[in-house]
Every structure is written in C-alpha cells, then in structure tokens.
Design a protein around this ligand. Structure first.
Ligand SMILES: NC(=O)c1ccc[n+]([C@@H]2O[C@H](COP(=O)([O-])OP(=O)(O)OC[C@H]3O[C@@H](n4cnc5c(N)ncnc54)[C@H](O)[C@@H]3O)[C@@H](O)[C@H]2O)c1
Ligand SMILES: [Zn+2]
Length: 351
C-alpha cells in the first residue's frame, strides 16, 4: 500500500508546474513520514524544472528546503516521533559506506547521493519527488531536527541556501579575523552574508547595483564594493581569505581573483558549468590563490548549521507564496526580484 499525495510537477522543460497526484511509499523501518508545512524555492528548482542541466526526468516535483511535522515513523526510528518538527534538505540517502559517507560528507558520496527529487530511490528504484507536495518520506538518517523555537518559515531555506554557504565557511575555517566576500545577493548570497557575519568575519558584498547597499548592510555586510568600478575593485586588492561566488550564470571571475589574499580561495557554489570567459592564471600563480567548488553539506554539518542559526537567531528573509503562485515566482526569480527567498505555504495546496 502507498499513500496518495498531491504535489506540483513539471511534466516537461517547457510546461509550467501544475497539480500532480502521485504515490509516496509506506514508511520502511527507518523512515519518517513528514507532512510538509513550508518549502523554500531554490534557483536549483528552476534549473531542474526547466532542464538547464540536461539531467531532468519528468514528471519532476522540485523542492529541497522542506520543513514539516512528523506524522508517522517506522519501527526502527529512534530520533523522531509524531508531532516533531523536522527538515529535509537536498539529499535523502547515500551509499553510507564509502569514505566520504563515513566522514559525514554524504553530499560527496562516491556512488552519488540520492537527491531529494529528480533521482531514484536506492531500494525500490522509484523516482524521488521533492517538497512541493503534501508529504515526504525519508530515512531518519537524512532528516534534520528543527531546534525548538525556530521560525519555521525562515528555517526552510536554511536546508539548502543555508548549508550551501555554511559548508565552505566552515571548511575554510572562517571566524574572527577572517575577511570574506560574497558575489551575488540572492537566496544563497543573503545567507552567506548572515552566516559569515555571525561567525565573526569582516564581510564584503560585491555587487553590480549600488541600490543593494542598505539591504546588504542590514544582512551583515560591513563593506560594499561595486564590481563594475575598477577603482573600488583595486582598493580591495589582496584582502579576502574567501570569496563565496553564488552567481548562477556564466560570468567573469578574473576581476575578483586579485582581491584574494595570499593563499585565498574563490569558491563556486552557484555556477554548475563552464567558466566563461576564460580564467587567467596569473593572479592564481602570483598569490598561490585557488579556485574551488563546494556542494551543499553533510547531514551532521546541516544539523550543526541549524543549531547555530537557532542559537544566533538567524533565519532566511522570506516572501511567502501560495503553491499556485510558483510559476510567477520562477519568473520573478529570473529577474532577481526576490528578497531573498520565496517559501511556499503548503496549506495552500489543499485550498
Ligand atoms: N553548490 C550547491 O550545492 C548549490 C546549492 C544550492 C544552489 N546552488 C546554485 O546556486 C545558484 C544561486 O542560487 P540562489 O537560489 O541563490 O539563486 P537566486 O536567484 O536567489 O540568486 C542569484 C543572484 O545572483 C545575482 N546575479 C546574477 N548574475 C550576477 C552577476 N553576474 N554578478 C553578480 N550577481 C549576479 C542575481 O541578481 C541574484 O540575486 C543557482 O545556480 C543554484 O542552482 C548550488
Ligand atoms: Zn537548493
């Protein structure tokens, strides 16, 4: 027996998302069943709904910033009970045996982690469907505990935008005395500002539009550098230990490289694809600077980030939408018209 569930699916790269009924599996012994209350809207949802990465399988139900309430648990579940608030992020399983998995880096599982949607379950080989739906079922090992007292709406985006920026901040050991810069002020970028500032770093936003200054400062930036202004760029030469680049599209990173300090790193979290125009290596060689990439974060690290956010009163800045407004929300996201994350109120799905 399976549960009938209503969700919002794309049936092809060209069709808007629309209601779609499908089946969720009954809980296996280690599974948690979660009634979805809120689901954040990540730019990756849009990329995958429209097959930007060439790997989409339809019907596709996006959503990997899921917050909900536990409604049932399998017999072997120990961490959750019905009534608990719980979160599901970008991955719902992995091989659990390879070296990255054993190190708590399930996102780099050698067999490929199982994505929350647009992927295939390891056991029953059924497609995975995301959080734009009434409920979700996942092994408890990939479900996050929502710390008591957390704002649930603002917590949803932490499960992707939060962890994706937290993980590089932790990996490159950002703390007091660090200088961090962020490129791109969207869902990921605004979390990067908040988290870097809360970790004690001196934070700069690179932006193309001066009108973002007031918001950037409110979100945690101490300095703003207009990336289109050569003089302003030159004034920060050799400054940053870490630059977190959240821009989703091809763009020129050459102007940013000299602003890294000796041994500094520019880490891509936004662009999955080719860098264009070409990367000039001079500033890398002449300052032992690196260009790196980083994917979401492991489960333990995601829990660490949620606990940190609860302790520091950090949540995403959200604009609530109804499920039926998702296609307009995607269009607005393409125009950078969101401050700074859409979150779907899943009650609207029943309406
Ligand atoms: N590495 C990962 O694990 C991971 C996780 C989540 C999302 N992503 C990817 O990160 C990217 C960003 O996601 P998001 O949800 O924050 O998107 P978003 O649409 O909320 O934000 C992107 C921002 O980049 C800005 N931007 C666009 N071009 C720019 C440029 N040339 N210079 C400066 N700013 C520019 C836009 O104005 C926008 O504010 C997406 O491509 C998404 O797929 C990666
Ligand atoms: Zn995401």
């Amino acid at each position: 027996m399976t549960m009938k569930v209503l969700g919002y699916a794309a049936q092809s790269a060209q069709t808007p998302l629309a209601p779609f009924q499908f089946a969720r599996r009954d809980p296996r012994p280690d599974d948690v069943v979660i009634e979805v209350l809120y689901c954040g809207v990540c730019h990756s949802d849009l990329h995958q709904a429209r097959n930007d990465w060439g790997i989409s399988q339809y019907p596709l139900i996006p959503g990997h910033e899921v917050i909900g309430r536990v409604t049932a648990v399998g017999d072997n579940v120990t961490k959750f009970k019905p009534g608990d608030y719980a979160g599901v992020g970008c991955i719902v399983d992995s091989c659990r045996e390879c070296q990255p998995c054993r190190r708590g880096l399930e996102q780099y599982c050698e067999e490929g982690p199982v994505q929350t949607y647009n992927d295939t379950d390891r056991h029953d080989h059924m497609p995975t469907y995301g959080g734009y739906s009434q409920s979700i079922v996942s092994s408890e090992d990939f479900v996050l505990k929502v710390p008591a007292g957390m704002d649930l709406k603002g917590a949803a985006p932490l499960l992707c935008a939060g962890i994706t920026t937290w993980s590089p901040l932790r990996h490159w050991q950002v703390g007091k005395g660090s200088k961090v810069a962020v490129v791109g002020l969207g869902g990921l970028g605004h979390m990067a500002l908040k988290l870097a500032a809360a970790l004690g770093a001196e934070v700069t936003l690179f932006t193309r539009s001066p009108d973002k200054e007031a918001d950037a400062r409110r979100l945690g930036a101490h300095h703003i550098v207009l990336s289109t202004d050569d003089e302003q760029l030159a004034s920060v030469t050799g400054q940053f230990d870490l630059i977190i680049d959240t821009v989703p599209y091809e763009h020129d990173i050459n102007p940013y490289m000299p602003t890294l300090t000796l041994d500094g790193t520019l880490v891509f979290v936004g662009l999955l694809g080719n860098i264009n125009p070409m990367l000039n290596t001079v500033s890398m060689i002449m300052g032992r600077r690196s260009v790196a990439g980083s994917a979401i974060g492991g489960i333990a690290e995601t829990q660490e980030m949620l606990d940190f956010c609860a302790e520091h009163g950090i949540a995403a800045d959200v604009e609530m939408i109804k499920m039926q407004e998702i296609n307009q929300a995607y269009e607005r996201m393409l125009k950078s018209d969101v401050k700074y994350r859409f979150v779907i109120d899943m009650v609207s799905l029943q309406a």
